[in-house]
Design a protein around this ligand. Structure first.
Ligand SMILES: *Cc1c(COP(=O)(O)O)cnc(C)c1O
Length: 402
């Protein structure tokens, strides 16, 4: 639907509000109902949440977009051009992942991190026990609970320890002939503080059964700005047999699930019949490879964006908005990583504050702008907005006012 058509629909709904047919607070919902549902709409993420799950998590880099375009037609995803023979599917992406984490003997890629866990639980845990701490029984979001996901494969969960404290001895006591593996899950969307303790990967690596470790966030190597986030290389070096992660969180790539670790375990997992049902398409493989080879991407740039740059952009936008007759002010804010990553980490940020009444019209614009309403104002936080989108953001605010 074109911009003019969207405008016309919104104007009609606003007119109904002026006529007193609906209350001003209903304008947003009414307009949404009036707009035909259709296609994914372009959204400027001005929420201040770097990885917003409802907005599609990591935006792809230009290199990843180019790779998707190149792979969209026929491509050598499972074919060796030199010999004319069938080849391992996605080998270029897998090689790039292996190069990015030399500590991994082997790697595999599936649909998402949840799929990686389901596949591992099926291949290594079916009819056996998965030993897991009671402090790590995570609900990911939208009601999806990791314990239920794991049990759906036919594996049994052997819960050990308590919510706040679990010791190596708890694990040792639970391990026996029925153990499939020990699972360590990084609490990526909550923190347990105070009288709390949980064994490290190193502590759990020597228990005689495979240690599977879910890092969630997808950091392949340590990120200095997020010292509490685990990364694949470190946990593999500390002895994890398999590490799983999402591709569309801090890695900044497409939705996928990464499996890295011991060659014998990766082979067992990728050789299971279920692996075929969870395999990724050629577009994902292309985007993942490009993300791994070109380290610049919007997520990384947003995480590392300098606060003085963000303030300067907010100031420039506020000034231009004022020039266009829109009441706006540059303000300091606090942004977050979000998307199941780095809970509690506060990223200093800057926003343009506009009238709260603009939040609804902004969401219905083209492109749509999603900010956050705080303290009676609508904050358009720039931490997750690539600098190249500032012009579109400016135009969208001006359009929402008219
Ligand atoms: C995000 C997350 C998941 C789920 O990953 P998806 O890629 O969304 O399937 C699983 N475990 C942890 C620890 C996570 O942070």
């Amino acid at each position: 639907m074109g911009r003019d058509r969207v405008k016309a629909v919104i104007n009609a709904v606003q007119q109904r509000a002026r006529n007193g047919e609906i209350s001003p607070s209903e304008v947003g919902d009414e307009a949404l109902r009036a707009l035909p549902a259709g296609g994914p709409r372009v959204v400027i993420n001005a929420t201040g949440v770097l990885l917003h799950t409802n907005l599609g998590r990591a935006p792809l880099s230009p290199a990843a977009l180019d790779a998707i375009r190149a792979a969209a037609g026929s491509t050598d995803v499972e074919f060796e051009l030199a010999t004319g023979r069938r080849a391992r599917r996605g080998r270029a992406a897998l090689a790039a992942l292996g190069q990015a984490v030399p500590d991994a003997e082997a790697v595999h890629v599936v649909n998402n991190n949840a799929a990686a866990l389901v596949l591992i639980a099926t291949a290594l845990g079916q009819g056996r026990e998965i030993v897991i701490s009671r402090g790590e029984l995570v609900e990911i979001g939208d009601g999806f609970r990791l314990p239920e996901l794991l049990e759906s494969t036919g594996a049994r969960l052997r819960e050990v320890g308590t919510t706040n404290r679990t010791s190596v001895a708890d694990y040792t006591a639970a391990i026996g002939p029925h153990t499939g593996f020990v699972l360590k899950v990084h609490p990526s969307n909550y923190r347990i503080e105070g009288f709390a303790a949980t064994p490290s990967v190193r502590d759990l690596a020597g228990l005689g059964v495979p240690l599977v470790a879910d890092i969630g966030s997808g950091l392949l190597t340590p990120e200095p700005l997020l010292p509490a986030e685990p990364d694949a290389a470190t946990w593999l070096r500390e002895g994890a047999g398999l590490v799983t992660a999402s591709g569309d969180k801090l890695l900044g790539g497409p939705q996928c699930g990464l499996l890295l670790g011991r060659a014998d375990l990766v082979d067992r997992v990728r050789g299971h019949p279920l692996a075929r049902a969870l395999r990724v398409d050629k577009l994902t493989l292309a985007a993942l490879e490009a993300t791994l080879l070109h380290t610049a991407n919007p997520t990384r740039d947003g995480l590392r964006a300098d606060i003085t740059d963000l303030r300067r952009r907010a100031g420039a936008l506020a000034l231009r908005l004022a020039g266009a007759g829109v009441k706006a002010e540059a303000v300091d804010t606090v942004a977050a990583v979000g998307g199941g990553g780095a809970p509690g980490v506060e990223l200093p940020s800057a926003a343009v504050a506009v009238a709260a009444a603009l939040a609804g019209p902004l969401r219905l614009g083209a492109p749509a702008v999603v900010g956050r309403v705080e303290g009676g104002r609508c904050l358009l936080d720039l931490r997750a907005v690539p600098p190249g989108q500032d012009r579109d953001l400016l135009a969208a605010v001006v359009a929402a006012c008219s």
